[in-house]
Design a protein around this ligand. Structure first.
Ligand code: DOR
Ligand code: ZN
Length: 344
């Protein structure tokens, strides 16, 4: 049987939610990944170091005693974030970064930034302290076609940002376009990007395959095949600027299968296995370990993990749906098969 042993990976972009929802999804990630960068888009958002530490403690309390999973926290940037918060963040080792949501761009982003010019003092402090800015890279201008919002963001926001703050550490999160891959490739070494498994595996046809597919709806939305191919090329390139970030984003089933459904794909139940599929399809399984387990740690200046995981090439069936607190959750590939299995 074909097996693949890798340094234990980390997930550099994850939504864990809170309370019963968090307790329902956390084991999937903790089984596979040593660390994860936990997104702050709770309701209300995690806007201060104190809130981030309290959230981290709730996550730690929900882990089984034997688990050594290490949640790394982020702050939610608002128009009113104070530079003092950045100074404090740098004194706390487990809070790693600041997340920038353009207001209205995605789930729970209403409190996000209306104009980055309002965050100048905070961005200066981040640049001075080497604090990474994690970017949801889409404009919110409704006049811009939804499939173009990432590309236009690169032109209108990211390019000027990189000029104004030439040494600001930036992660362009969950890139979805050829243009974003090219931007990051051409940028200096302190600008990196995460890539999700679903954007490596699917193009936008998956949103309409035989009918509307709400469980394939995420933001940034899936793009056409040429973009998917460019993402695969970036992921398997061995370039250390590209690393794993699942963007696993659980939503109760009834909030996706509805008139105005939420954005987000839940992939943590196969959080490394789906990447193995994508890398295998590209004939690049030998490049998976660096992408999943080395590049992100190096970018964040953290040690690489010392233990390993083993994947077995053995298909398994994903449940039709699973419990999610008092609700139900439809996981990615629900009812279908995943080609690789985590050996326990
Ligand atoms: O699809 C998404 N879901 N994209 C995001 O940016 C947010 C996430 C969520 O929190 O559900
Ligand atoms: Zn996300």
């Amino acid at each position: 049987m074909k097996t693949l042993t890798l340094t234990r990976p980390d997930d550099w972009h994850l939504h864990l939610r809170d309370g019963d929802y968090m307790r329902a999804v956390l084991p999937d990630t903790a089984k596979r990944f040593a660390r994860a960068i936990v997104m702050p888009n709770l309701k209300p958002p995690v806007t201060t170091v104190a809130l981030a530490l309290a959230y981290r403690q709730r996550i730690l309390d929900a882990l089984p005693a034997a688990s050594s999973f290490d949640p790394l926290m982020t702050l939610y940037l608002t128009d009113n974030t104070r530079p003092e918060e950045i100074i404090q963040l740098n004194q706390i080792l487990t809070v790693k970064a600041v997340k920038y949501y353009p207001a209205g761009a995605t789930t729970n982003s209403d409190a996000g930034v209306t104009d980055l010019a309002r965050c100048a003092a905070v961005l200066e402090a981040m640049q001075a302290t080497g604090t990474p800015l994690l970017v949801h890279g889409e404009v919110t201008d409704s006049a811009v076609d939804i499939f173009d919002r990432e590309r236009v963001f690169l032109e209108r926001v990211l390019t000027p940002l990189a000029v104004k703050y030439p040494s600001l550490k930036v992660v362009v999160e969950h890139i979805t376009t050829r243009e974003a891959a090219a931007f990051v490739k051409a940028a200096p070494a302190h600008i990196g990007a995460t890539i999700t498994a679903h954007h490596l595996l699917l193009n936008r046809n998956a949103l309409f395959a035989g009918g509307m597919r709400p469980h394939h709806y995420c933001l940034p939305v899936l793009k056409r095949e040429t973009h998917r191919e460019a993402l695969v090329e970036a992921a398997i390139s061995g370039n250390p600027k590209f690393f794993l970030g699942t963007d696993s984003a659980p939503h109760a089933r009834h909030t996706k299968e509805t008139d105005c459904g939420c954005a987000g794909c839940y992939t943590a139940h196969a959080g490394i296995e789906l990447y193995a599929e994508a890398f295998e399809a590209a004939g690049a399984l030998d490049k998976l370990e660096a992408f999943a387990s080395h590049h992100g740690a190096d970018f964040y200046g953290l040690p690489r993990n010392r233990d390993t995981i083993t994947l077995v090439k053995e298909p398994w069936r994903v449940a039709a749906d699973v419990a999610y607190g008092d609700d139900r959750l439809t996981q990615f590939r629900a009812g279908g098969e995943v080609g690789w299995r985590l050996a326990l």
